[in-house]
Design a protein around this ligand. Sequence first.
Ligand code: KIV
Ligand code: NA
Length: 277
Amino acid sequence: SKKKTILDFYQMKKNGEKVSWVTAYDFPMASFAEQAGIDMILVGDSLGMVVLGYQGTIPVTMDDCISHCQAVRRGAPNTFVIGDMPFGSYQISDEDAVNNACGFLKEANVDAIKLEGGRRVISRIKAISDAGIVVFGHIGLTPQSSGQLGGFKAQGRTIDSARELIKDALAIEEAGARALLLEAVPPEVTEYISKKLSIPVYSIGAGAPCDGQLLICGDMLGMFQAFTPKFVKKYANVAEIITEAFKEYISDVKNVKFPEDKHVYHIKDSKEQFEAL
Ligand code: KIV
Ligand code: NA
């Protein structure tokens, strides 16, 4: 199908048609997502945890993000891809942030970038948008600042904190972001914000009343084993399928059940000629 643009996502919001998005970090996963007909793919800095084995997202570098975005783009050439700005790539200055955002487009051909934070990153959102780049905002549980949040904790559960989120959401739209992701906030807050904003508002762990849903592929496919957030629905247990396959393979090798005759390349000349060697 035809590759979607940000205008399609605006139209879908208008029509009440939900957007499905998922993270992917490599060629095969991106291919599967595109073949399934996903609306958009996030190459999240969650790649640090899901595919690189770090405990959080902080160690992830621009180079990591670019090379995973390149693999995803090769696997999903006709899907809207969002590159996640890693920690350190937009904290320093507007200029540095624009430079890094440009790198995502020039080197990995992504369609949009995403960065974390509300009013504190407004000048970054504005600067990157002014460079002509589609920016997605991300507030609520923001893993890169989980140190300040005291861990991976749901946000906006008190009136004061909900009010702060709403102010952040309005400021993000005002700064030029073309979409906003809410992570781990109450559905009431999500509904309020998605009605208030004209840009699409998406949820990961933020309930149904908004314009679409995101899940991390490692969580929804049952590949990420360190922990599973409350908001995850597991659609498969891929870790179990892979582990069972490896076990069967190990046993076949030990018992010389693999390879079989159909897995080998026989000599094309006669057996007699070979024996005469
Ligand atoms: O990195 C990521 O996958 C994300 C989601 C958790 C929203 O930013
Ligand atoms: Na992220």
